[in-house]
Design a protein around this ligand. Structure first.
Ligand code: TRP
Length: 344
């Protein structure tokens, strides 16, 4: 059976959005609107797998929504909403809790990393998190999922769950007229080059909201002065920029700054080195400041404006939730029939 092409992705509202989120995820979301029907979800239920301050969770949910809007995602053509407003995510996640095997979840490297040594004290939600993620995607029977490297294993699990559901219930799926498979196998959309944005203080570490140093990242809401200051302070090495991209392999900080420039300019690192090969970092950083301020300044300003109008943001999320729910409830009704739940 052919499934309608549909994109789904989620972003957790758990802290300041930064350049890594923007170049790694949000710009891809924006581009996919041209070719696909897209559903973008602020996954507040995933966020609480680790304790969140309630007021901050609310603020962060609105901030991620503002970032989607300010970056150019069209909330009328696409769907933007927050997960907790569509109860079908949790409902399908329960069914998937009963489809996925303990052994599968035990292999998830992100749980091992996040739970750390104190595994006994991690929430059950953190452990079952990938099942909810599978439900997010499959409740829309989405076919394509833009995700970063760190989420590929979770997406594979979603594929395994879809397949096991299709197998376990194959007779019932057929009997209810859904053909051979009810759920598609969602595919990762792997991002282009230079999307791994590293810390400005250490080119070997990912840019992260949890880094103690705010100078390690460019937040989407940083103003022009902050952007300029952070780039000027960014760690470099003592050599001029190379002419050959291959030489960047041994120079993580240079590689990162060239990569950021290329991504913001929507070009390649080789092109950037054609222009800046042989230049000193001071010269290159000036150009990077100008480019970053030109690209990110307006987004940050728009985000601030939007966040200042929570009623507007909430109306976008409410509208998106209603439209999301229309799709999700249809899937859930079918799932109930397939599983054998009596329903109205
Ligand atoms: N787990 C993802 C992350 O932390 C967020 C997420 C939740 C997601 N549900 C999703 C991403 C569904 C893609 C599809 O980045």
């Amino acid at each position: 059976m052919a499934f309608k092409e549909r994109v789904f992705s989620g972003v957790q509202p758990t802290g300041n959005l930064h350049l890594g989120n923007y170049l790694g995820a949000i710009t891809k979301f924006v581009a996919l609107q041209e070719s696909h029907e897209c559903i973008y979800c602020v996954v507040d239920m995933h966020a609480i797998t680790v304790w969140q301050d309630p007021a901050e969770l609310t603020r962060n949910t609105r901030e991620v929504t503002a970032a989607f809007l300010a970056s150019g995602i069209d909330p009328k053509k696409q769907i933007i909403f927050n997960q907790s407003q569509v109860a079908e995510h949790a409902e399908l996640a329960w069914v998937f809790n009963c489809v996925a095997r303990l052994g599968w979840l035990n292999r998830m490297t992100q749980f091992k990393e996040k739970a750390g040594k104190d595994r006994e004290n991690a929430s059950v939600g953190l452990y079952a998190y990938p099942n909810l993620m599978a439900a997010d995607i499959l409740v829309y029977r989405a076919t394509h999922v833009p995700v970063g490297e760190d989420q590929k294993q979770h997406l594979e699990l979603a594929r395994d769950i879809a397949q096991k559901f299709n197998n376990d219930f194959s007779e019932s799926i057929k009997a209810h007229g859904f053909g051979d498979a009810f759920f598609p196998q969602p595919e990762p959309l792997i991002q282009g080059p230079a999307t791994r944005v590293m810390s400005l203080r250490d080119g070997t570490k990912k840019m992260s909201k949890s880094d103690a140093s705010d100078n390690s990242r460019i937040n989407l809401t940083d103003d022009a002065d902050a952007i300029a200051q952070k780039i000027r302070k960014a760690k470099t090495d003592p050599h001029p920029l190379p002419n050959d991209v291959k030489e960047l392999d041994q120079r993580p900080e240079a590689d990162n700054l060239v990569g950021i420039y290329a991504a913001l300019k929507e070009t390649t690192k080789a092109e950037v080195l054609l222009e800046f090969g042989g230049a000193q970092f001071s010269t290159f950083k000036n150009a990077l400041v100008d480019l970053a301020v030109a690209k990110l300044g307006p987004i940050g300003a728009e985000m601030k404006k939007l966040v200042g109008d929570p009623a507007y943001i909430d109306s976008i999320l409410a509208d998106g939730s209603v439209r999301a729910k229309a799709i999700a409830s249809e899937t859930m009704s079918a799932v109930k029939d397939i599983v054998g739940f009596v329903r109205r």
